[in-house]
Design a binder for this molecule. Structure first.
Ligand code: KG4
Ligand code: ZN
Length: 347
């Protein structure tokens, strides 16, 4: 069987992701997912955000079992692998180092290529994971990547030819959700909590300012500050204000964030004349945002692509598909590859 597959030239890639607080490994054979394993890190919960030192320590504990399970679930042994793809940046340096060092050792021991992957490119390339019945966007297309660490509008001309049209100047969109949720006394990560509460609240109950940046860039720190001041004032008048208005507060905050995103997308669609819009990142799970994106796409006659949730949050399947696409181009990395905390998607 092994030889037979070799004759058929199957390409088997192991993807490894450790840029933030998720240790993940995935096996991809000819672009199809065979396993996609993610170990989250609860250790950050009590701090209300990711603590870098704790993240790298947890990666060290998780990396071996996570890769082991990914290989076993895919039903292959390390010897069957054709390459190891790994996130080389951007991300937390100490966290990136764990995945990268592991991937290097594996590549060296197995004498197979190492492929360094850009985390943000991978979020977009997740749309090319082969999934039965799942359409893939044709080039060029507009991509929106929204998560706890990123907020970008990207013009995608080809797999590795991307241009940033707009990005956040301060907090990422998920960070805005999480920090405002914290002000409301909700547990971390607060994004899903706000989403859940917003369902039964009035989105017009309270009016918060939308950032007035003219171009396609985002800013969410102003919203956070205005919610803080608003709450301080209201709590002075009524200490039970948050408790009594929680659903309306969540709905109003969510409404403001969604409005910002749709306004920027509207500008980007008019600027590029695109007919295709692809979404990635954990915040794409937001129900209100999904509904808004669906009606925005309908109104503008756009094909909308939102991959399965397991491929939109931080995962290694997206790293493996980026690695597969690079493998086919013969683009490998040297074994002295260094991780990069900051790294533009355009480089
Ligand atoms: O992509 P992701 O899993 O990890 C990175 O940050 O890269 O995204 C996590 C972020 C968190 O900020 C979380 O609060 C947010 O995505 N999030 C949501 C929802 N689900 C996750 N935000 C709003 N509504 C949701 N349903
Ligand atoms: Zn990410």
């Amino acid at each position: 069987m092994d030889n037979l597959n070799k004759i058929k030239k199957d390409i088997r890639i192991l993807g490894i992701e450790s840029s933030c607080d998720e240790t993940a490994a995935a096996v991809l054979i000819n672009g199809k997912i065979r396993s996609n394993i993610i170990a989250g890190q609860d250790v950050h919960r009590e701090y209300g955000g990711v603590v870098p030192e704790l993240a790298s320590r947890a990666h060290q504990q998780n990396i071996v079992p996570v890769v082991d399970v990914a290989l076993k679930k895919a039903g292959i042994s390390p010897r069957d692998l054709d390459a190891v793809a790994v996130t080389a940046g951007p991300g937390l340096l100490g966290s990136l180092l764990v995945g990268l060092s592991f991937a290097k050792s594996l590549a060296l021991a197995l004498d197979i290529p190492l492929i360094g992957v850009h985390h943000m490119q991978a979020h977009i390339l997740a749309h090319f994971i082969y999934d039965e019945g799942q359409p893939q966007p044709e080039f060029p297309f507009l991509a929106l990547t929204i998560s706890g660490g990123h907020t970008q509008i990207v013009w995608v001309e080809d797999y590795f030819k991307m241009k940033i049209l707009g990005e956040t100047k301060d907090d990422a969109i998920g960070e805005a959700f999480d920090k405002i949720a914290q002000l409301l006394g909700l547990p971390y990560p607060g994004g899903p909590q706000i989403d859940r509460l917003a369902k039964r609240g009035n989105p017009k109950a309270f009016k918060f300012p939308v950032s007035n940046i003219e171009n396609l860039d985002f800013s969410f720190s102003g919203l956070k500050t205005s919610v803080l001041y608003f709450l301080q004032k209201k709590l002075k008048e009524n200490p039970e204000f948050i408790k009594e208005n929680l659903a309306d507060l969540a709905a109003s905050v969510q409404h403001t964030i969604i409005k910002t995103v749709i306004e920027k997308l509207d500008k980007a669609v008019r600027l590029t004349g695109t007919k295709r819009l692809a979404i990635g990142g954990g915040v794409s799970a937001n129900r209100g945002l999904r509904e808004a994106l669906e009606s925005f796409a309908r109104e503008n006659d756009l094909a909308l692509f939102i991959p399965d949730f397991s491929y939109t949050t931080d995962n290694a399947a997206m790293i493996a598909i980026a690695g597969y696409l690079k493998y086919k181009k013969g683009e490998f990395s040297p074994l002295d590859l260094i991780p990069r905390a900051r790294w533009s998607i355009e480089e």
